[in-house]
Design a protein around this ligand. Structure first.
Ligand SMILES: Nc1ncnc2c1ncn2[C@@H]1O[C@H](COP(=O)(O)OP(=O)(O)O)[C@@H](O)[C@H]1O
Ligand SMILES: [Mg+2]
Length: 271
C-alpha cells in the first residue's frame, strides 16, 4: 500500500469496545453501552441522540478527562490515558475566566505550556482575527455577547493547533441567524485547516449540513444505532442546503431513527 494511505489508515480515533458506568449513591448507571467507532483524520463527524445517551461522556473519554469502564480509545496508534493533548475540547459551558480579557483567555493554553504573554501575542491576534473578534481583544467575557464568547472559546481551542477538535453542542444556545453564521465560519475553518471535528448536536439540520457522517445513538444506556454517511456535495451552504431533496430525505431518515427514543424519553420525564 502507498505510504500516504497507510498513514491515513493509521491516523484515526478508534473507540474500541468503550463503555462507561457511573456510580451515584452506590447505584451503578450504565451511561454508554460498549461502543465501537472509528473517526478518520480530517473528517467531520456529528453525534446525535436523545438527552442522556452518553454523548458528552464519550467526548470526555476521548479528551481523557474520564476513563472508560471497559475498552480503550486509541488515537494515532496511542492509547488515550490521562489528558489527551492531541485534542482541543470546546465544552458545553465555556471556560473563559471572567477576570481575564479575551486575548488573555485565548492565550491561556499557551501560557500553561510555558509561553509568555509577549511571545503568545502574535498567535493570539491571528486566532482572534480568524474567528472575527480581534476588536474585542481587550474586553472581558462579561462584555461579550453569547456568539462572541463562543468565538473566543473556539479561538482558545485553535490557538495550540490541535489535530482534533471536540465540540459539545457549541451553537445550541445561539439565535438562528447567528447559528448559521457560526456554522459557515466553522465549515470554512475546517475546509482550510484539515482538522478532524467531532461535533455533538441536538439539531439534525446542523448535523447533516456540516458532517461527513452522523452517528445516531439510541436512548440510555446509549449505543450506536446507525452511522449515516452524508454524501451532499461540498462546499455546503448552511442556508440553501436545507432546500435540497437529498437533504430532506436524509433528515426524514434520521428523524425516524430518533423519534421512538425521543417519545420514550418524553414518557419517562412525564411520569
Ligand atoms: N459524573 C457523573 N456521575 C453520574 N452520572 C453521570 C455523570 N455524568 C453523566 N452521568 C449520567 O450518564 C448519562 C449520560 O450523560 P451524558 O453523557 O451527559 O449524556 P448526553 O450528553 O448524551 O446528554 C446520564 O444518565 C447522566 O446522568
Ligand atoms: Mg451532553
Amino acid at each position: 500500500m502507498d505510504w500516504w494511505l497507510t498513514q491515513l489508515e493509521w491516523r484515526v480515533i478508534d473507540v474500541r469496545g468503550v463503555s462507561k458506568t457511573f456510580s451515584f449513591e452506590n447505584q451503578p448507571t450504565l451511561a454508554l453501552s460498549p461502543t465501537d467507532l472509528k473517526i478518520s483524520t480530517g473528517s467531520f463527524v456529528s453525534l446525535v441522540g436523545p438527552s442522556g445517551c452518553g454523548k458528552t461522556t464519550l467526548l470526555n473519554m476521548i479528551a481523557g478527562l474520564i476513563e472508560p469502564t471497559q475498552g480503550s480509545i486509541v488515537q494515532d496508534d496511542q492509547i488515550v490515558s490521562g489528558i489527551n493533548t492531541r485534542v482541543g475540547y470546546m465544552t458545553q459551558q465555556d471556560n473563559l475566566l471572567p477576570w481575564r480579557t479575551t486575548a488573555e483567555n485565548v492565550a491561556m493554553p499557551l501560557l500553561i505550556q510555558g509561553h509568555s504573554m509577549a511571545s503568545a501575542k502574535h498567535r493570539v491576534t491571528e486566532m482572534l482575527q480568524r474567528v472575527g473578534i480581534e476588536r474585542f481583544a481587550n474586553h472581558f467575557p462579561s462584555q461579550l455577547s453569547g456568539g462572541m464568547r463562543k468565538r473566543a472559546s473556539l479561538a482558545q481551542v485553535l490557538v495550540y493547533d490541535p489535530q482534533t477538535i471536540l465540540m459539545d453542542e457549541p451553537f445550541g444556545a445561539l439565535d438562528a441567524q447567528l447559528k448559521v453564521s457560526m456554522q459557515m465560519q466553522l465549515l470554512s475553518l475546517w475546509e482550510n485547516a484539515g482538522k478532524t471535528i467531532v461535533f455533538v448536536t441536538h439539531d439534525l439540520t446542523e448535523a447533516i449540513l456540516l458532517s461527513d457522517q452522523v452517528v445516531v445513538f439510541s436512548g440510555r444506556p446509549g449505543q450506536i444505532k446507525d452511522i449515516v454517511s452524508i454524501d451532499l456535495p461540498r462546499p455546503r451552504d448552511p442556508i440553501k442546503g436545507q432546500f435540497n431533496t437529498q437533504f430532506q430525505m436524509i433528515y426524514q431518515n434520521l428523524w425516524e431513527m430518533l423519534a421512538p427514543d425521543i417519545a420514550r424519553l418524553a414518557k419517562v420525564e412525564a411520569s
